[in-house]
Design a binder for this molecule. Structure first.
Ligand code: FAD
Length: 405
C-alpha cells in the first residue's frame, strides 16, 4: 500500500504533547501520513516560558520558537490550524472538524488526543467578575500583556497592582515574574502557605519569606469572593476577600488549577475520570485512540494526571513506538520539576500522594540563605521524593539518583 492510501495518524492539539508526538513518530517512520488539527495557530512555544516572560521583558510573540508552517514542513505534517474538532466516531474512525465555519470529515487510522487542560474558574460575585483572567496559552498571555500595558496607572509611572488567586506553582511563578517586571502583587490562597500541596511546611515557609522580601503581599486562609468596578482611586477593581479585606487592584489573575480537557473524549464515549484514561501503552478505551499530556490520566502513574513537561516527553516516545507498530509500555522515571521562582529556586520530586511516609529535613541545610533539603521517606525507609531549595538545588542529580520513582 502506498503512503498516500494509508489512513493518517491524526493528532488533535498543537501543544507540547502533540508536536512532540509528531516529532517522535517521524523519527521512527518517515512515510506515515500525519495530520495535526488544532484550534490555535499551531505556533510552537514552550509553555513554561509563559510564567517568566514579563521579568525577562519578552513579548508573547517572542516566546514562539518555531512558526506553525515551519513545524509542519520540517516534520512533513499536514496542519489544520484554527480548526476545532467537534466530534469523533470511534467505530467509523472519523472525526468532524470546523474550520472557518465549514464542517469537514476526516478519516484516521490512529488518533491521538492531546487536547490539554482548561484553567479552573471559581464562581465569583460582583459586577467585574468577568474581568478575571488566567494564562494557560500564548493567546491568554497576549491578552494579559496587552491589558497590563494599557493600564493608565503605568502611564503615570505608578506600579500597577495585580492580584493573583492561587499560591500554587503557577500562581507563585507569576507572582515572582510580575514583581520582577515592576508590578505590585497580592496573592490570595485558602492554604496557610505557598505550594502547600507540594512542599513540606518549612520549605513553603522559605518561599513565603523569599517572595515577601521581594514585595508579595500574601493573604492566606481566605479566598476572593467578589470583584467590582472601583469607584474613584487609581485602580480599576475592588476585590472583596472572604475574611472581609478589600483590595484595590488593576488586574486579577486566577491560577487556581487546571482541569483536563476531556470534552471530546467523553462525548465519543471514551472512558474518562479526572482525565482521559490511558493504559501503559497510552491507549484509551477506544481501539486506535490514544491520549497524552495534560488531558491524560495515566495508568503508569497510578491513575494520576501529570500536567508537566517531563511526563509528556516520556509518554510521547512510548506512544510513537506504539503508533509505529513497535509495542512499548510507559514506565515513568523520577521527574523532578523546577519551580521558576528566582526569589527562591526550588526543585521538587513529588512523591505519589497515595504513599504513606514522612518528610525528613536534611540537617546540613536549614536556612533560606543556604537553601534547604528535604527527603520523603516511605514506610519501608526508602527515599521516594525530595525538595531542594536555594543553593541546594545544585544537588538535583545526586538526589534524583538516590530516589526511587
Ligand atoms: C504558566 C505555566 C507554566 C508552566 N511551567 C512549567 C514548568 O516550569 N515545568 C513543567 O514541567 N511544566 C510546566 N507547565 C506545564 C506544561 O507546560 C504543560 O504540562 C504542557 O505544556 C501541556 O502540554 P499539552 O500539549 O498537553 O497541552 P496544551 O499545551 O494545552 O495543548 C492543547 C492543544 O489542544 C488544542 N485543542 C484542544 N481542544 C481542541 C479541539 N477540540 N480541537 C482542536 N484542537 C484542540 C489546543 O488548541 C492546544 O493546541 C506550565 C504550565 C503553565 C500554564
Amino acid at each position: 500500500m502506498s503512503a498516500g492510501s494509508v489512513a493518517p495518524v491524526v493528532i488533535v492539539g498543537a501543544g507540547l504533547a502533540a508536536w512532540t508526538t509528531a516529532r517522535e513518530l517521524r523519527k521512527r517512520d518517515a512515510a506515515v501520513p500525519i495530520v495535526l488539527v488544532t484550534q490555535d495557530s499551531g505556533d510552537f512555544y514552550a509553555k513554561p516560558t509563559l510564567s517568566n516572560a514579563f521579568g525577562q521583558k519578552r513579548s508573547p510573540q517572542q516566546l514562539v520558537t518555531t512558526a506553525a508552517a515551519d513545524m509542519a514542513a520540517n516534520l512533513h505534517v499536514q496542519l489544520h490550524a484554527h480548526s476545532t474538532v467537534q466530534s469523533m466516531d470511534t467505530a467509523a474512525r472519523t472525526l468532524e472538524l470546523v474550520q472557518a465555519g465549514a464542517v469537514q470529515t476526516l478519516a484516521y487510522g490512529q488518533l491521538v488526543l492531546a487536547t490539554g487542560a482548561h484553567p479552573i474558574r471559581i464562581p465569583m460575585q460582583g459586577d467585574a467578575a468577568n474581568a478575571v483572567s488566567s494564562v494557560n496559552h500564548l493567546d491568554d498571555l497576549r491578552r494579559l500583556h496587552a491589558d497590563l500595558h494599557a493600564l493608565p496607572a503605568r502611564a503615570q509611572g505608578q506600579a500597577a497592582t495585580v492580584l493573583v488567586m492561587g499560591a500554587g506553582l503557577i500562581g507563585c511563578e507569576f507572582a515572582n515574574d510580575l514583581l520582577s517586571a515592576g508590578y505590585a502583587v497580592h496573592v490570595v490562597d485558602p492554604s496557610p502557605r505557598p505550594l502547600a500541596a507540594l512542599l513540606p511546611a518549612p520549605a513553603g515557609e522559605q518561599l513565603r519569606q523569599a517572595l515577601q522580601d521581594l514585595g508579595v503581599v500574601w493573604h492566606f486562609g481566605t479566598t476572593v469572593q467578589r470583584l467590582d468596578a472601583a469607584t474613584g482611586g487609581a485602580q480599576r477593581w475592588l476585590a472583596t476577600l472572604a475574611n472581609g479585606t478589600t483590595l484595590a487592584t488593576d488586574a486579577v489573575l486566577s491560577a487556581v488549577g487546571l482541569r483536563a480537557d476531556t470534552a471530546l473524549a467523553s462525548q465519543a464515549g471514551i472512558a474518562c475520570e479526572r482525565g482521559v484514561l490511558v493504559d501503559a501503552q497510552l491507549q484509551t478505551s477506544a481501539p486506535g485512540v490514544y491520549a497524552l499530556g495534560d488531558c491524560a490520566q495515566y495508568a503508569s502513574a497510578g491513575g494520576r494526571t501529570l500536567p508537566y513537561v517531563m511526563p509528556i516527553m516520556n509518554a510521547a516516545r512510548v506512544l510513537a513506538a506504539n503508533l509505529a507498530g513497535t509495542p512499548d509500555v510507559l514506565v515513568f522515571p523520577l521527574m523532578p520539576v523546577a519551580v521558576k521562582t528566582p526569589a527562591l529556586p526550588i526543585t521538587v520530586a513529588a512523591p505519589d500522594p497515595a504513599l504513606q511516609g514522612e518528610w525528613v529535613q536534611d540537617a546540613e541545610a536549614t536556612d533560606a540563605q543556604a537553601g534547604g533539603a528535604w527527603r520523603f521517606v516511605d514506610a519501608a525507609g526508602a527515599q521516594r521524593g525530595f525538595v531542594l531549595t536555594g543553593k541546594q538545588t545544585a544537588k538535583r542529580m545526586e538526589w534524583s539518583k538516590a530516589t526511587l520513582p
